[in-house]
Write a protein that binds this ligand. Structure first.
Ligand code: ASP
Ligand code: MG
Length: 453
């Protein structure tokens, strides 16, 4: 079939892999598959989902891998269910889950225009599995249950969209990504087992695209060796798209969003934003790392490695050009790019006996942060103190404080912001800091970071 691709290609790919060149630049793009990623907002309502369907059906001339998130705010709703379950409020968890199930059934019925469809059985099956989880007492850690419960959002949304595509006559395969996206058991932030995933994904997609135009699968989720569900971290669907694009040597990835293009700042926070038509991988990875919720920070590396361009386009108006992200944009000067990360905590760690913060102390403190799974967003150290700006994960923070306070004095400040500006100008800083108190500043020629209140 015209959209199949050759096995030879995979032989080459695997050979390269054994040479350790998974992340080596690709020189021969041997086939022309592309990857689309649709986030929750793009399928929030059946009307929006119809737009998504029309975008997909307009791009089936070459193999198309479609990665979809849970619809709308489903992941947030599932988080609430996981919380209720874990605090042993089984009734509330079941009630909320029944609501979520009914909502998906109604959505599917509206989109498909019928209740007589095989997909309803599939939806029920997925939901029954979760009901079982919710009806049993918990004997493991929260993060494990979180992943078993939350992962259903993507299974439901993709099943519905795949069914709708099939109904439109598109040869569509629905794939349970947990069969091919293999990870460790670091629940809620699982790490991909590349070798295994590469092998499974190559074989699976090769077969699927031999007879289908479109493969629809889930972003954000995967599974362990023991077939437990995992998640890759909130907003992780972008990352899934990039991982498969890397493995399959896609010619491009397109992330469809509700904004016309990438902007230099979040318009919900900053009133005067400007669009960015073209931008480098480097710039985007910095923005994302500092907390811009534009693209999941892990997305860029697998694309950069194979030099696969990333497009951000608007599902509301697909005629808009959007933003092109790649290695060598011809950009002379970027506008100031601003990111405000909320819910920050500033921890000041002091040695008790006035001993210096030496490399030894530092590495001990770092390890404690690492053990508690706390990522440091910014650090500064002085003679007898160490300051770290971190995200507020109350549970992890309490654990960290407990161990830190065995050896050090610790002060903390909560409800702060981490404000990062790349390509800053004095004018922008003056404007943006008008009503804020700055607690800590770090700057290089290109980037300024401030912890502010
Ligand atoms: N549904 C997940 C989330 O809301 C993953 C994603 O949207 O990328 O975080
Ligand atoms: Mg999302």
């Amino acid at each position: 079939m015209k959209f199949g691709f050759s096995l030879d290609y995979y032989a080459v790919n695997h050979k390269n892999h054994h040479l350790g060149s998974r992340f080596a630049a690709q020189t021969h793009a041997t086939y022309s598959m592309q990857v689309f990623k649709f986030g929750g907002a793009s399928i929030e309502t059946p009307e929006r989902a119809r737009k998504v369907l029309s975008i997909i059906t307009a791009h089936v001339e070459s193999p198309l891998l479609v990665i979809i998130s849970a619809k709308g705010k489903t992941t947030n709703a599932l988080e609430k269910i996981a919380e209720a379950y874990f605090r042993e409020d089984a009734e509330e968890a079941q009630r909320l889950f029944a609501e979520l199930e009914a909502d998906h059934i109604a959505y599917a019925e509206e989109l498909l225009g019928t209740r007589e469809h095989a997909v309803f059985n599939k939806l029920r099956e997925c939901c029954t599995e979760i009901s079982w989880v919710l009806s049993e007492p918990h004997g493991r850690e929260y993060d494990y249950y979180y992943d078993q419960i939350v992962s259903v959002g993507e299974l439901l949304s993709t099943a519905i969209l795949a069914a709708a595509l099939k109904d439109q006559g598109i040869h569509t395969e629905w794939t349970d990504v947990r069969d091919i996206m293999k990870t460790d058991d670091n629940y809620r932030d699982a790490n991909i087992q590349w070798e295994m995933t590469e092998q499974l994904a190559s074989t699976h997609f090769n077969k699927a695209f031999a007879t289908h135009q479109v493969v629809v699968t889930q972003g954000f989720i995967g599974s362990t060796d023991e077939n437990n569900s995992v998640t890759l971290g909130r907003e992780g669907s972008d990352y899934t798209a990039a991982v498969f694009a890397n493995i399959l040597n896609a010619k491009r990835v397109t992330i469809w969003k509700d904004v016309p293009s990438l902007l230099n700042a979040d318009p919900r926070i900053f009133p005067n934003t400007v669009p960015i038509p073209e931008i480098s991988f480097r710039e985007v990875i910095e923005m994302a790392y500092y907390g811009a919720q534009v693209i999941h920070p892990k997305t860029i590396k697998p694309l950069f490695a194979k030099n696969i361009p990333l497009y951000v386009r608007c599902f509301i108006d697909p005629s808009l050009p959007g933003t092109l992200i790649h290695s060598k944009p011809e950009v002379k000067r970027y506008p100031p790019i601003m990111v405000l990360k909320t819910k920050q905590v500033l921890l000041q760690v002091y040695t008790r006996d006035y001993s210096f913060i030496t490399e030894e102390n530092l590495s001990r403190i770092y390890n404690l942060f690492h053990d508690c799974k706390i990522k440091i967003n910014l650090i500064q150290n002085a003679a007898i103190s160490f300051v770290a700006c971190i995200d507020n994960h109350p549970e992890r923070l309490e654990k960290l404080l407990e161990v830190l306070q065995k050896e050090y004095d610790v002060r903390r400040n909560e409800d702060l912001f981490l404000f990062t500006v790349r390509h800053y100008t004095q004018h922008v800083l003056k404007e943006e800091l008008k009503d804020r108190t700055v607690l800590l500043t770090q700057k290089t020629r290109q980037t300024i970071q401030m912890v502010v209140r």
